[in-house]
Design a protein around this ligand. Sequence first.
Ligand code: ATP
Length: 628
Amino acid sequence: MAVAAREGARGGGGGDAWAEILASGGGGGPRIGAVYERRRAQEASRQRNADARGGFAAAVENRPSFAPVKRTSWNRSLSIRGRESIFFAPGTNLQPQQKLCRALKRPPKPCNRVKKPLGGPPDLSKEKAYFEEVDAFELMEESPSPKNFGTWAGGMEQSTILHDLPAILERWKIFKLARCATSNPLFNIMETPLVPSVNSNCSTENYSEKGYRTPEKDRGSGMHPTRTILSGYTNERTKNIAGETSIVTSFSELNIEEPPRTSIPSSSGEALTAFAQLLMVCRQSAPATLADVFSAYCKLGSIVKLGEGTYGEAYRAGSTVCKVVPFDGDSLVNGETQKKSEEVLEEALLCLTLNNLRTGQRDKAKDYSCDGFIETKEFWVCKGPYDPSLISAWEDWDSKHESENDHPKDFSNDQHYIIFVQADGGRDLEKFALLDYNEARSLLLQVTASLAVAESACEFEHRDLHWGNILLARDEMSNKDHTMSITLQGKRIRARTFGLTISIIDFTLSRINTGNAILFLDLSEDPDLFKGAKGDKQAETYRKMKQITKECWEGSFPKTNVVWLIYLVDIVLQKKYEACNSTDERELRSFKKRLSSCSSARDCLADPIFSDLLLEEEDVRPSAMPPL
Ligand SMILES: Nc1ncnc2c1ncn2[C@@H]1O[C@H](COP(=O)(O)OP(=O)(O)OP(=O)(O)O)[C@@H](O)[C@H]1O
């Protein structure tokens, strides 16, 4: 019922989204444009200790030295620490966990895990295969439903592991509940994902969809958050995202019987630490070295650094991109406190939830799917100093692009890193030159459509969609069918792309409803984020989000996606491909104007600027299939 109420609140009263989108008129024919230039690196950002650079590459020694300073790039950094989460635990009963009956035996461990064979890197695939089996084993015990288990085949470059998201979420939930009971009295357990907005302390009338949305924390108003139990509630959309045996489904069924898996684990240690869970997500028994992992994807000498953020350095390794993020250490990295295992784990959960939206994943007849979020192929936990091959790639990039980050030579032997192994999404928008109006529209359509799907499927809000977080790749093959397909509310539609493929990355600030929890960052703990220069589009967008959410960062405010789309139109107008004519500009400006009256990315998708790009539609819901 709650789902129906929310569906009704979306897209103008529950009408057919695609019918609306396709029916809208407008659009424009092909336009000619030209290339715009890269932004110049800011000199001021190049302040770093010359000592930190010494001894690695001759080129580095010749560069001027600067005194070390804490980075001040508010636009890339986030000084807050701690992703937060809210659980959905209908009927949560904080009891010692009942031990599960172990009728089946665990698969035997491979004997030489992470052991380096003579003359080559360790065979990490055995380690992965073992944990794949463990996951499958645990799930068979815990869930009677048939499950599609991925298998780890050799040749890591091509493989994408099908992670067992429900099992991972379950372990994480046990950990969070245990922590909640023992050490964190402020932790919120929300008993239901949806409450009527009239009960909320944080009014969102101006921005959120009318009707229902996910609950919000008490904001010191003296009221407690509403805890409404909607019995028999099943979030069909998030069920779809988390997989067919998702936690949410289990909960709705287990409203009748006490769910052993929702209870607090006993002191016998059933709750795994975040680090242990991270190792399980990575299917590792112990951290590997950076060299071990990279050599599984490419020759170490061929590693190339592609880009950097405050927390991570991205390297090309074979056909994949490995983002290396130090965590759990005490030292500041790039002026920031390192992420903790728990945050890294939750970012991994976020990536996996978005992975489940991908069109190629498991169930083809999904209600919601898109490929606009970068595919995360694998995760690895590593330990040790930075590998010389990575240092060399880092220095090469630095000599060309002037890194804003600290030189990585100082990491200790105990330093941990998480490696996000991702598909190569191409170049970020900051460095990418759009050719013409159609490419500009393709970019806008793909970002809008991806946000619309994720926002509808799992209340996703990116919350940091600046031009460094949108990657673009151009397919030069003119004879190819340049279309993509997305599914929204059970309707699959093809859309013209003009050969451009976009990938959205960096979910550090993102908010998502995984089906049994809301993951978000409390941005109110980072006032600097909102202090960027007046008039700067990115800075203004953070401030607009603050206005929209009224600092209730846990709430669902799809309008935040809209303000990033407005930012994106501004960027397109600002970068302006050379041959952007006055008609293009007028179209884009009026699109931007129309966006300001949209309340979600899904609303934006119905804009006439996209109508001639959206092709045929197909109903993929089982009920819509013709009888055999
Ligand atoms: N999958 C990828 N394919 C190609 N390039 C990538 C990929 N992932 C990251 N990059 C490059 O690395 C840069 C930094 O990546 P990313 O934004 O994920 O790092 P971060 O530390 O999370 O950044 P932030 O400071 O915004 O939190 C990107 O702007 C992009 O240039």
